[in-house]
Design a protein around this ligand. Structure first.
Ligand code: SF4
Length: 189
């Protein structure tokens, strides 16, 4: 008896929505910004910076049940130079702050940051001398995911929010005076 082999057929593939534009017979026109945004938002490469319990939720999010790969983010990198989405999951001590900052600096532009869980967002329950009260004290954050810990659904929601932000981001944003002054406020060139 032959093995029951299953193939992916086209009716199982979900296509992303087209960006805003003009469609006609045999053509579709949009702006370059939207086209690049569409490509960027559906191919984010995550860099997990996991220090404690929220890291376990991140692992569950990458697993087959929740499967972050469905959103184009299956390719995790453990080097900052090959990733563009930094996921900070867990308690960050003040001693670890400069390390996190260094990792962020080593990522190439454009780069985005998600603070996963109460500890990364605000220090969480650890209102102590040794814990950073939010990673936005050392690096800029794009999306905050609340919860202690957030469930994988929460993390996926954060990634979807980030996708929305990336899809609408102007290509000029990274060279704008506002962005430069934001980086300067963190002492980052
Ligand atoms: S937010 Fe809660 S679950 Fe996440 S690292 Fe902090 S204590 Fe652990």
């Amino acid at each position: 008896m032959s093995r029951p082999v299953q193939y992916n057929t086209n009716d199982k593939v979900t296509m992303v929505d087209l960006p805003e534009g003009y469609a006609g017979e045999g053509f579709f026109a949009t702006s370059f910004d939207k086209f690049v945004g569409l490509a960027r938002k559906n191919s984010m490469w995550p860099l997990p910076f996991a220090t404690s319990c929220c890291g376990i939720e991140f692992m569950a999010t990458m697993g087959s049940n929740y499967d972050l790969a469905r959103f184009g983010s299956e390719r995790m990198g453990f080097t900052p130079r090959q990733c563009d989405m930094l996921l900070v999951c867990g308690t960050i001590s003040k001693k670890l702050g400069p390390v996190l900052r260094q990792v962020y600096i080593q990522m190439a532009e454009p780069r985005w940051v998600v603070a996963v869980g109460a500890c990364a967002c605000t220090g969480g329950v650890f209102d102590s001398y040794s814990v950073l009260q939010g990673i936005d004290q050392v690096i800029p954050v794009d999306v905050y995911v609340p919860g202690c810990p957030p469930r994988p659904e929460g993390l996926i929601d954060g990634v979807l929010k980030l996708q929305e932000l990336i899809g609408n981001e102007s290509m000029r944003r990274r060279t704008s005076p506002q962005y430069n002054s934001l980086m300067e406020s963190y002492g980052i060139q």
